[in-house]
Design a protein around this ligand. Structure first.
Ligand SMILES: [Zn+2]
Length: 87
């Protein structure tokens, strides 16, 4: 397969879908390459994305809400459910 310069793993799509979308996909894929960690049992690479924002842990069976494409977002870390109740 030909080498890609800026979109790396998203190069599998060739010229399709536009460079911006492929770069955005690359950013998501690079985050999951580090290994997604379950917030409950802390096991790595056991999280499965059920739907947008819904995550399952195959190790402990936990199902929780998170980001659409990553289990935890920076905003989600800032605003915990307890803090949201106070407002
Ligand atoms: Zn777990």
């Amino acid at each position: 397969m030909a080498k890609t310069k800026s979109v790396k793993s998203a190069g599998r799509f060739g010229p399709r879908y536009g460079a911006t979308l492929r770069k955005r996909l690359l950013a998501i894929e690079q985050k999951s390459e580090k290994g997604l960690r379950c917030p409950k049992c802390k096991s790595v690479d056991k999280l499965v994305r059920v739907a947008a924002g819904i995550w399952d842990c195959r190790a402990c069976g936990a199902r929780f809400a998170g980001g659409a494409f990553v289990p935890q977002t920076t905003l989600g870390k800032t605003l915990t459910p307890d803090e949201l109740k106070l407002k």
